[in-house]
Design a binder for this molecule. Structure first.
Ligand code: MYA
Length: 187
């Protein structure tokens, strides 16, 4: 194999949809009921919902409420960033590998008023070693609405033990089936 020269980008690696990935059109369950991004039982969380798409794509929604304001009546940029982190993070269930956000860049194009539903389309663009490059756009109130926010991210594949080594113990009953499987690796 030819050695890479200094500054030369790594060649892209193949990255494919896992055979056990949720079928296109099916909902990707929240991984943890108290997750501030997707947990259905979080009182002020974003309650992001995500549906698997074709290939390595997902479509998410986030409805901005009074709990997510920065300026009165407008979404806080950090909350929007969180929504993107959540939707981009759900792509890991399609590739079947645990990964965490290493880098997330968010570009705010339009103010997002309370009451808006952002339609967030996200995709895996490429992989290099353990790095997975992803991107997403968030459109106002319809899948073809104007783009309010765009994001790109690098997720880093981690061993399943990452979560149990660094987080507090969580009962399997609090996790989705897929997340419980990840946790099982290091009970
Ligand atoms: C039990 C419950 C289960 C629940 C399961 C599902 C939960 C899902 C939740 C989803 C919630 C939503 C999601 C969330 O909110 S995830 C939560 C937010 N993210 C984190 O907490 C991550 C914290 N950081 C770390 O743990 C480590 O730094 C990681 C693991 C990321 C890397 O440390 P590690 O020692 O392992 O890596 P390495 O140094 O060997 O580098 C390896 C390669 O990666 C490249 N690199 C490294 N860092 C960065 C970076 N920042 N940007 C760009 N690239 C970076 C590096 O150059 C190298 O590339 P190359 O030189 O080989 O080309």
């Amino acid at each position: 194999m030819t050695e890479r020269q200094h500054g030369e980008p790594r060649p892209a690696d193949a990255i494919e949809r896992h055979p056990g990935a949720p079928a296109p059109g099916s909902t990707i369950a929240s991984h943890y009921r108290m997750c501030v991004g997707c947990g259905p039982d979080h009182p002020t969380g974003l309650h992001v919902t995500v549906v698997a798409g074709e290939g390595l794509t997902v479509a998410g929604t986030f409805t901005v409420t009074d709990d997510h304001q920065g300026a009165p009546g407008l979404a806080h940029g950090g909350m929007l960033s969180l929504a993107f982190d959540e939707v981009l993070g759900s792509l890991i269930w399609l590739i079947g590998k645990p990964a965490v956000t290493g880098h997330l860049e968010t570009s705010y194009r339009r103010p997002v008023p309370v009451g808006t539903t952002l339609h967030i389309d996200a995709a895996v663009d490429r992989a290099e070693g353990r790095k997975i490059f992803m991107s997403a756009t968030g459109r106002e109130n319809a899948p073809d609405g104007p783009v309010s926010v765009a994001a790109s991210a690098v997720f880093i594949v981690v061993p399943p033990t990452h979560f149990t080594d660094h987080g507090r113990p969580v009962a399997a009953s609090e996790l989705s089936e897929a997340a419980a499987k990840v946790a099982e690796v290091n009970p």
